[in-house]
Design a protein around this ligand. Structure first.
Ligand code: ASN
Length: 293
């Protein structure tokens, strides 16, 4: 690995944290094991550790801990290590590692639009700082590098699918020169915790899609926070409510209304440096289907 890649990654982490602190966020420590973690919307192998009378799961995302942490502080972020034991068919996507880090953030009482605006400014700020310090290197590996204009384009999921067919995300990712947001993702494509729109079919959520065919680099949305709606959404996913007692107990006590997102660090560095794969953007990269250091 080029030493410059590590320097860019290190600077990106520093500048992202700096930006969020200046916006009034506090950084929390990551949670690595918990009986409660993200169910995800696709299946991965179990990463559970038996312990005492029960078990711990390795964190797939800190979504629920973010919601609970907002009881203590209204704007939070974590550089959160996630373990998702993806199936081998994801080995060659260039986008999947079974251990990765996302910058996970959540804001009490925020709307999706607040988070879109925050993410645009966060990415632009970080890219400007990277350009100031590493401009010559970045342009030598990524001649297309430029600071994207804000606001980023918002593309509605169902409209794009109707126009371009089921491969629309990859087509748009290859065709566009700048990152854009995919919004209003259908309920069946997502987990239960992103908020359902009044249309009953799509969510108040978003993905950030990078250009160069690199695809998704961030996802998030407004959240469900009311018990009856959460139970309805779990039932829609055929989830066993008994398995979710940890979460439902907390929801009964009350969790704040919020919105937030998670930005993949390895994918961001891959985008900035136009790297062939996310595996080139960190040390000790672990691809799906492989055992590696
Ligand atoms: N971190 C994401 C979010 O905040 C969730 C995820 O990683 N699946 O929505």
């Amino acid at each position: 690995m080029k030493k410059e890649v590590l320097e860019v990654q290190s600077e990106a982490i520093f500048r992202m944290g700096e930006f969020l602190r200046n916006e009034g966020f506090v950084e929390l420590l990551p949670v690595i094991i918990s009986p409660l973690t993200d169910p995800l919307n696709h299946s991965v192998y179990d990463a559970k550790i038996p312990y005492g009378n029960g078990y711990y799961s390795l964190t797939k995302s800190m979504i629920f801990h973010k919601q609970l942490a907002l009881r203590e502080y209204p704007k939070i972020f974590i550089f959160s290590p996630n373990v998702r034991l993806e199936t081998e068919d994801k080995k060659h996507t260039g986008r999947h590692l079974i251990e990765f880090v996302q910058l996970d953030l959540e804001v009490k009482d925020a709307t999706r639009e607040d988070i879109l605006d925050l993410v645009e400014r966060l990415l632009v700020y970080t890219m400007q700082k990277l350009e100031e310090k590493f401009g010559a290197f970045i342009k030598s590996v990524n001649p297309n590098f430029h600071i994207p204009k804000t606001p980023f384009e918002r593309v509605k999921y169902l409209e794009a699918k109707e126009k371009l067919g089921s491969d629309f995300e990859l087509l748009l990712s290859k065709e566009k020169g700048d990152p854009f947001f995919l919004i209003d993702i259908p309920i069946e494509e997502r987990e239960f915790y992103d908020r359902l729109s009044d249309d009953g079919k799509t969510l108040v959520d978003m993905d950030l899609i990078y250009p160069y065919g690199f695809g998704e680099g961030m996802s998030g949305g407004e959240r469900e926070y009311e018990l009856d709606r959460i139970i309805m959404r779990m039932k829609y996913k055929n989830m066993n409510l008994e398995d979710w007692k940890w979460y439902l107990e907390e929801v009964k006590k009350g969790i704040p209304k919020s919105a937030g997102c998670g930005i993949g660090i390895e994918r961001f560095v891959r985008f900035v440096l136009n790297l062939p794969s996310v595996k080139d953007s960190r040390l000790f990269a672990k691809l799906p289907g492989e055992i590696a250091l």
